[in-house]
Design a binder for this molecule. Structure first.
Ligand code: HBI
Ligand code: FE
Length: 280
């Protein structure tokens, strides 16, 4: 697939097969049953606003008319994972890199690389929320600076534990928590596990704590970080990160399942079923 230095391609809208459309529909239908009561209200409102469910794999150009009007964001089709520097540059300009292809039926429960269901269904609805939309652009700007400072690892952890696997407090939920992380919202099994399982830790969000914490890309999270609201995320990423990077160099890294003396622990996991393999 030909692409320029920014990895952007035309969405090959006429290359979707009947199987692709059936997989998209099955994934949407599964999450539509599961997410009410689990996903944060802002995600469900965004999904509603985009009106992507009910039809097949959406035409990005059509969605962009709605998304641009809401928060100035737009989707750009890409072949798949793009290099960090390219990814951050797009986010800094309110462009969300969205894989154009969808997983095969046999991968319906899990795939490593983001496909259009993860990127579009998982990430895009929250871009309809002004505060989250501002956070993600600020994150992209921070990422471009981090790249120049050699601090991508710390910033990738922040993305991982918030944008991809974040939980948010919600008094209306039985356990007081709801989901906003896209990696969870696009996964049936993890949408259940992250709230219902006694196995993982759930710890109050703290910026430095998150940036110290390694993560695994191949199983459910051992630790979920919980924000009070999106304003907390946006406020945390407003300052210049250089002093944070300085203090991080003096702090020990933490494993994905570790707890730390300074943690505000919401639930301490019983660690059941944890495979002991390498964190990144
Ligand atoms: N590329 N297409 C795509 N989607 C992502 O979510 C993505 C990426 N490249 C890098 C990346 N995410 C993460 O490493 C961020 O932490 C930068
Ligand atoms: Fe993602």
């Amino acid at each position: 697939m030909e692409h320029g230095p920014d990895f952007v391609i035309e969405q090959p809208i006429d290359r979707y097969t009947a199987e692709d459309q059936a997989v998209w529909h099955a994934l949407c239908a599964r999450q539509a049953k599961l997410l009410p009561g689990r996903a944060c209200a802002e995600f469900l409102a965004g999904l509603q606003g985009l009106s992507v469910v009910g039809e097949g794999i959406p035409d990005f150009a059509r969605l962009n008319r709605t998304l641009r009007a809401a928060t100035g964001w737009e989707l750009v089709a890409v072949p798949g994972l793009v290099p960090d520097a390219v990814f951050f540059e797009h986010l800094a300009h309110r462009r969300f890199p969205t894989a154009w292809w969808i997983r095969k039926h046999e991968q319906i429960d899990y795939l490593q690389e983001p496909d259009v269901f993860h990127d579009l269904y998982g990430h895009v609805p929250l871009l309809m929320n002004p505060v989250f939309a501002d956070y993600l652009q600020a994150y992209g700007q921070g990422g471009m600076k981090a790249g120049r400072l050699g601090e991508i690892t710390h910033l990738a952890r922040l993305y991982w534990y918030t944008v991809e696997f974040g939980l948010i407090r919600d008094a209306s939920a039985p356990g007081g928590l709801k989901i906003y992380g896209s990696g969870i919202l696009s996964s049936q099994a993890e949408s259940i596990y992250c709230l219902d399982s006694a196995s993982p830790n759930r710890v109050a969000f703290d910026l430095l704590r998150v940036m110290r914490t390694k993560y695994r890309i191949d199983t459910f999270q051992k630790t979920y970080f919980v924000v009070d609201d999106f304003a907390q995320l946006f406020d945390a990423t407003r300052p210049d990160f250089r002093p944070y990077y300085e203090s991080l160099h003096g702090m020990a890294e933490l494993g994905s399942g570790d707890l730390d003396a300074g943690d505000t622990v919401i639930t301490r996991g019983n660690r059941e079923g944890w495979a002991d393999s390498a964190d990144v």
